[in-house]
Design a protein around this ligand. Structure first.
Ligand SMILES: [Zn+2]
Length: 135
């Protein structure tokens, strides 16, 4: 499951929490993502890092205040400091996450879906035929 989808799915499962992953019945944006993928509360950090490693290595500008941080930090920052709804954080995440973000060992799953929700792989750019290149 993509991180943006997990955040939005988890948001439907629990009210929003701030400055903590979980309370007894609430979850922040990261907590929501972990709920959605069924991670246990004790193993959340390592689980998030192995599922969505790009979020821990890619830096982006905060869409609200423009400060540059790691994606994982911006998600927490939007939740805690800007008080964005998790649905909004998920929608923002969908716009920045790599289209080939897949968990390791999950290679049988399609890489992406196009606008018509057809499953495809990112190899649709037609190769140039030799006679078009060599004149
Ligand atoms: Zn900010």
């Amino acid at each position: 499951m993509r991180l943006s989808e997990a955040i939005r799915l988890g948001a439907m499962m629990s009210p929003q929490a701030f400055r903590t992953l979980f309370t007894r019945d609430r979850a922040c944006a990261w907590g929501a993502a972990m709920l959605a993928v069924g991670a246990t509360r004790e193993r959340t950090a390592g689980s998030a890092r192995s599922r969505w490693p790009w979020a821990f290595t890619v830096s982006v500008n905060c869409p609200s205040c423009r400060r540059s941080r790691l994606v994982c930090e911006v998600i927490a920052h939007l939740n805690d400091d800007h008080r964005w709804a998790r649905e909004k954080i998920g929608a923002w995440g969908a716009g920045i996450e790599p289209t080939d973000a897949r968990p390791l060992g999950d290679v049988s799953k399609p890489a992406w879906r196009d606008d018509d929700d057809r499953v495809g792989r990112p190899s649709r750019v037609p190769l140039l035929r030799a006679d078009q290149v060599i004149k």
